[in-house]
Design a protein around this ligand. Structure first.
Ligand code: KIV
Length: 277
């Protein structure tokens, strides 16, 4: 089955044109109800491969599949009216060759309706980014900490300190030259992120990269307090929905055990009287 791509209010060239204007607001979304909430307030909804860790309990993003991204991507696109969907290419779906990346990116777009993809990697992915963008696939790049490379990076560390800054700058310039319409900077020191933002003509979207970036992204379950396995320093909790949900579930369990729920108001009478249903 293939979903037709709706013409959306916001498309990658619009995002690119936002450089130097009001900050871009981005959150992840993996489901239709959350996409609807994000749509009301954000410029982009990122169907991140973080879905594997956040919703599926995976230990990293390595095991996320194309099928998972398509399923969640479709759900998110259904919930959006004005924000733009960005869909992550999962580990193993693009690194082998530009041709492999094209096949899988085209499938993600055709089967979800998202107008673009995001992929991890800097200078070494430039050839692939150029190949995709020349063939109608807008690409958001992702540099600095690239979680799919956790096994070669040796953990989720800050990238760009202690003389590594030149490489991150080089990556940023390479993805811009290759045609990326924006770039995510993850866990990059704020001074370096500010210099990259100043140097590039495409928007930088920071996550743990300081306030100077052209936009910010967070994992929605982190900022809502739903994902509590661990909490990176860059996450600000705007709500504690995890605790609220836990209290609600405890109340429900107690009421069921005490035979207080369901009450008459949640039950059906044997005889229909007046407007009662
Ligand atoms: O997968 C994801 O949610 C991401 C963001 C952290 C940028 O890539």
């Amino acid at each position: 089955m293939s979903a037709t791509s709706p013409v959306r209010a916001v498309l990658p060239p619009d995002i690119r044109a936002r450089k130097g204007q009001a900050p871009l607001v981005v959150l992840t979304a993996y489901t239709t109800p959350v996409a609807r909430l994000v749509d009301a307030h954000c410029d982009m909804a990122l169907v991140g491969d973080s879905v594997g860790m956040v919703l599926h309990g995976m230990p990293s993003t390595i095991g996320v599949t194309m099928e998972m991204m398509i399923l969640h991507g479709r759900a998110v696109v259904r919930g959006l009216q004005k924000a733009m969907a960005v869909i992550d290419m999962p580990f193993g779906s693009y690194e082998e060759s530009p041709q492999q990346a094209y096949r899988n990116a085209a499938r993600l777009m055709a089967e979800t309706g998202a107008p673009c993809v995001k992929l991890e990697g800097g200078a070494h992915m430039a050839e692939t980014i150029a190949f995709l963008t020349k063939r109608g696939i807008p690409v958001q790049a992702h540099i600095g900490l690239t979680p799919q490379s956790v096994n070669t990076l040796g953990g989720y560390k800050v990238v760009g300190r202690d003389g590594e800054g030149d490489q991150v700058m080089e990556d940023a310039l390479a993805v811009e030259a290759a045609g990326a319409f924006s770039v995510v900077l993850e866990k990059v020191p704020m001074g370096l992120a500010a210099r990259i933002t100043q140097r590039l003509s495409i928007p930088t979207i920071g996550i743990g990269a300081g306030v100077a970036c052209d936009g910010q992204v967070l994992v929605v379950d982190d900022m809502l307090g739903f994902f509590t396995e661990f909490r990176p320093k860059f996450v600000k909790r705007y709500a504690d929905l995890g605790s609220l949900a836990s209290e609600a579930i405890a109340d429900y369990a107690a009421e069921v055990r005490a035979r207080q729920f369901p009450g008459d108001e949640h039950s059906f009478a044997d005889v229909l009287k007046g407007k009662q249903s």
